[in-house]
Design a protein around this ligand. Sequence first.
Ligand code: MN
Length: 318
Amino acid sequence: MIPSILEAIERNHSFLVTTHENPDGDAVGSSLGLAQFLRNAGKEVIVHFKDPVPELYRFLPLLDEVSSTVPDRSYDICFVLDVGEFRRAGTAVTTCTTIGSFINIDHHITRDLFGAINYIDSGAAATGVMIYRIIKASGQTLDHDTAICLYTALVTDTGSFKYSNSNPEAFAVAGELISTGLDVWNITEHLYESQPPERLKLLTEALATLVISPRGDVASVTVTLDMYGRTGGNSELTDGFVNYPRSVRGVEVAIFFREMEPGLFKVGFRSKGKVSVATLAALFGGGGHHNAAGCNVAGSIEEVRSSVLHRVYEALAV
Ligand SMILES: [Mn+2]
């Protein structure tokens, strides 16, 4: 697959690089890393993110070149990274009529083979690792900015090398990236030691809502709209809150209820493996993976909590 990608790059001139809505560290890092590789190869590149880059990742180099729209021009090839399903690339990309062909690069388990080339490897810890393989195979030397972007992709998608996707290759690639002279602590500081105080205030309020089921296997926290007013926080700062109920001993399913607008909640699930939260989320019209999924549920917090918990208890009782 990599030789055909390198050949497509060599044969063509203008490229669009894009990823999924609400981009995470892997989405941003792998896109910027690939774009830099293409630029170094003398290609014309536009990076498009539908949604703004979260504050957390604004320290990354190469961000100036990102466009929130798809500029009206023709593209020989559009690289779509880390999306899982084509629809998540956003309509500006999926309905664009001036794209020659798509190359799909992803490490999710997916059956949506929308690209002319589909380089899919669920064994890769991050899409950033797959971009690393492409650069490595090309013989191009990895520059400092690219290393920062790919390392960020890797460290965020592996939960700082704690999740089960932290395979030998993840550590080996991290080692190679660090050997380019990367300042690991500087990246760590940006990612994990630069929380806005409002996030901690919001977390304090969220943790005060912690509810653990009588059997101790379900835990949840809630953020309501009024908390933003009191703490000065916003929904972007709630990223990762679901990890707190998940971290409780004995918990199998963790839930994060987040009020999006009066009477509508975003429900995020995490499973430690016994039940598929993708199946649970699907009962409410949502979706996701076995261990991480989400859905939107309308109603008061009491109604939403009781209907969701009812389904979770049912799933755990089997
Ligand atoms: Mn990813």
